[in-house]
Design a protein around this ligand. Sequence first.
Ligand code: THU
Length: 164
Amino acid sequence: MKKFEIKTTFTVYENESELSIEDQKLLAMAREAAGRAYADYSHFQVGAALLLDNGEVVTGNNQENSAYPSGLCAERTTAFYASSRYPGVPFKKLVVTAINSQKPLTMPVPPCGACRQVLSEYEQKGGKPITILLAGQSGEIWQVSSVEELLPLSFSGSFLPDSE
Ligand code: THU
């Protein structure tokens, strides 16, 4: 029998002013996107700004629905739009933030498991790590250097049978 340990390492910035100008701009875009979210049911507005390898930035937010499971998180809305608009262009950096108007978020908001799985596939497809920055409405900002750090041992299409 063997035992293995998986460690996650991330960088903590004390506040927004410690970020590079580029990252501050991306965070401002993610905040604007969060403000445009359609979150009439949860009232939890999430926004994302995704920098692509071709220099384009795509933003997105969560989209809810009265049939609750039909909605989609900000991260997947953004990733799917980016891949549909710029197919095959690797993702470089994803900035995610959220707004809770009842109880302002003083902590970063990490992506849900389903979003991690989707981002993981785009990371593998793109062939380079996606930097992820997570921010609340105030306080620390966390930076993870890849999706793999967030979702080790992920499922991948390479497990599936070859299609011919
Ligand atoms: N949500 C996101 O957009 N991203 C996440 O990673 C977690 C949750 C959305 C889904 C739903 O519209 C609302 O936040 C409350 O769960």
